[in-house]
Design a protein around this ligand. Structure first.
Ligand SMILES: Cc1ncc(COP(=O)(O)O)c(C=O)c1O
Length: 654
């Protein structure tokens, strides 16, 4: 993967005639938006819930409406209808593939709740999944306990239990089975199977058993460690055969109903999926020929999301869509089973990312901007400085480097400027030039770089050093969010997400910026943005206008983000809302889950809010006695302290 600059040249001022369509193209919205997102004629980001152009939701209007209701940014805005649409698309892709191929088995999906365990989301998946017969997948005791509670009224839904299991986890599975849940315990080792058989005997349960296979075919991309001999989960073929042997010995081979594998997340290449399926289905077919009673073939998760919209096998893209995926899975399983003379299984997918990613958008506001060109010098100013004749030679050299930038020798001009500045810095450190002169040197140097960078955009190719210059010169937009809490994958695995403003899209975005969050951590930044099969290091943004909020949104954040986030600097969960549409009312707030208050995050770390408040009250009293604080000040500031404890952890507008 290479890192290049953004292809758009930056004009000094917004060009006349810029259009919402130009913004749509610039931010590649048609490529990654899958028809769910577009730019309206008013220059606002629009969300299209169901393909009906009359049902568009203006995201900017929603954010303003939420602010009016006291639900401030940063806010995670979920659109349950987009979730329902993705689930429908998944079901329909498989029913089409099944019908077209004459497949004689069926299909179901289970949603792996670890992808986003938020109750409001899992509940909706449970409800929307009813019409498609979709179930849920869990990977731990807490996840199972949550799912057992959510499926009381619909015990028939398939529940797949993955993950490491000890006696207590297995006892929960026994209870779930006795309560009528359709639960399959997927074993990862022989020891786990032995424990499962003990629990089954103890509670007189005939459990539904699955076995997880370690595929030999290696996946590609970031999660390739999920398959192969050294994979963390699953059993190799000898291990699977041991499972069959032990079950047969226990007279319970008929309990083995499911064969499972997971090739990794964000599988970007359909060919890799195809070869993994071939191996998996071969094992399925042979196990059944050996007398097993398998009827489910669980192909795991991993359906890729096209974050950059390039439709390629790049890490953050996928070279296939849901329909091709379904067609490949159905065809491959059918071909292998037919060849082996084995009945077609019920196909199970555990896709999480592809199901929930699109429904959620994170919106934040820009708090401030740091710009290097704030102190830039014009030619007239530089000439006037030179004319004064008061500067030492090295300062004059730096000024001359600015005035003599040559379009046909840009790299050389850049090297001259670097050299002159380095020399000036050395002289400053030994006291040969003053602080004011050092300040002038910096201003002139950055002015030179800005000029060189602007001229370099006409070069083809642009020299590497000058490419890097664009990022060095970019603005920093400080955003009201914590990358660690809301976009952990951006920090941990360099994930790129589509990011763009949600308004002013009828104006040309003339600035180039990286984003910084409000944590006190230099890693709390975003300097990787989507570009076709590549990463851009700067994002085009508008100049922020005084006294006017500027909102930026990060898209496709429904999977693996907020629920995986941490409390860095004690910034907690953001506000979460679900927005829906009604023909009469237009958009409306369907559900609100308030973000963490400061008191709550302190509580997570064992601080007692009453104790804190009491201690500060006593402290104020002593300060009043010592006359450092008046009684009136004490009352106001103490009230603010207490209000702070129930306030939002992010910056709030007053
Ligand atoms: C066993 C299992 N199933 C399903 C998934 C979901 O994967 P994805 O969200 O990429 O579809 C995972 C995640 O890595 C997993 O480990």
């Amino acid at each position: 993967m290479t890192t290049t600059n953004n292809p758009q040249a930056e004009p000094a001022v917004a060009r006349e005639g810029w259009s919402p369509a130009a913004s749509a193209e610039l931010y590649r919205i048609d490529e990654w938006g899958m028809g769910f997102f577009s730019v309206g004629e008013n220059g606002h980001l629009m969300v299209n819930l169901d393909g009906n152009p009359d049902h568009m939701i203006d995201l900017h209007e929603v954010v303003l409406g939420l602010e009016e209701r006291g639900i401030s940014v940063p806010v995670n805005i979920g659109f349950p209808d987009l979730l329902a649409a993705r689930m429908r698309e998944m079901a329909s892709a498989f029913s089409t593939a099944i019908a077209e191929n004459g497949y004689r088995g069926s299909y179901t999906a289970v949603y792996p709740i670890k992808v986003n365990q938020h109750r409001s989301l899992v509940r909706k998946i449970e409800v929307y999944g009813r019409e498609h017969g979709f179930g849920l997948e869990v990977g731990s005791k807490p996840e199972l306990l949550a799912v057992m509670g959510l499926t009381v009224d619909h015990p028939d839904r398939l529940i797949i239990c993955n993950g490491f299991k000890e006696e207590r986890y297995l006892n929960h599975i026994m209870l779930a089975t006795k309560l009528g849940r359709h639960v399959v315990a997927v074993v990862e080792s022989l020891a786990e199977l032995e424990l499962l058989l003990d629990a089954a005997r103890a509670y007189s349960v005939r459990p539904r058993v699955g076995v997880r296979l370690k595929l030999d075919a290696l996946a590609s991309g970031r999660w390739q460690g999920s398959t192969g001999e050294k994979a963390k989960f699953g059993l190799s073929i000898p291990g699977v055969l041991d499972v069959v042997g032990l079950l047969r010995q226990a007279g319970m081979l008929d309990c083995l109903e499911l064969l499972h594998c997971h090739m990794g997340s964000q599988l970007s290449d359909i060919q890799v999926i195809n070869s993994g399926l071939q191996e998996l289905t071969r094992v399925y077919a042979d196990l059944n020929k050996m007398g097993a009673n398998l009827s489910y073939l669980d192909v795991g998760g991993g359906i890729g999301v096209d974050y950059d919209g390039s439709q390629t096998n790049w890490d953050f893209s996928a070279n296939y869509g849901l329909e091709e995926y379904a067609a490949t899975v159905v065809y491959r399983i059918m071909a292998v089973c037919d060849e082996a003379g084995v009945a077609h299984p019920t196909i199970v997918t555990e896709a999480g990312r592809a199901m929930v990613c699109h429904h959620s958008v994170l919106v934040s506001n820009v708090l401030g901007v740091s710009r290097l060109d704030r102190h830039a010098l014009t030619d007239e100013q530089a000439t006037a400085e030179l004319a004064q004749g008061k500067h030492p030679r090295i300062v004059r050299d730096v000024l001359e480097a600015l005035l003599s930038v040559r379009p046909d020798h840009l790299l050389e001009s850049y090297h001259d400027a670097l050299q002159a500045r380095q020399e000036a810095l050395t002289r400053f450190s030994v006291g040969l030039i003053s602080l004011e002169q050092r300040g002038l040197v910096d201003r002139v140097f950055w002015s030179t770089c800005i000029r060189i960078s602007a001229l370099a955009r006409d070069l083809d190719p642009i020299p590497e050093e000058l490419l890097e210059l664009e990022q060095k010169l970019s603005d920093t937009y400080f955003c009201n969010l914590s990358v660690f809490q809301s976009l952990p994958d951006s920090w941990a695995i360099d994930q790129v997400f589509p990011i763009m403003p949600i308004h002013r899209l009828d104006e040309e975005p003339v600035r180039r910026a990286t984003l910084a969050d409000i944590t006190c951590d230099s890693d709390g930044k975003i300097d990787r943005f989507i570009q076709h099969e590549d990463v851009a290091t700067v994002l085009p943004l508008h100049q922020v206008r005084d006294g006017e909020p500027y909102y930026i949104a990060v898209f496709l954040v429904g999977a693996y983000q907020e629920t995986l986030g941490d409390l860095h600097n004690l910034f907690g969960d953001t506000n979460l809302v679900h927005i829906r549409y009604d023909d009469d009312e237009g958009w409306y707030v369907d559900e609100v889950v308030d973000g963490d208050t400061i008191g709550e995050v302190l509580g997570y770390l064992q601080y007692d809010v009453r104790e804190l408040s009491g201690a500060i009250r006593r402290d104020c009293e002593s300060s009043v006695r010592a006359k450092r604080l008046t009684a009136a000040e004490s009352r106001t500031l103490l009230a603010a302290y207490d209000a702070g404890l129930t306030g939002y952890t992010y910056l709030e507008s007053s």
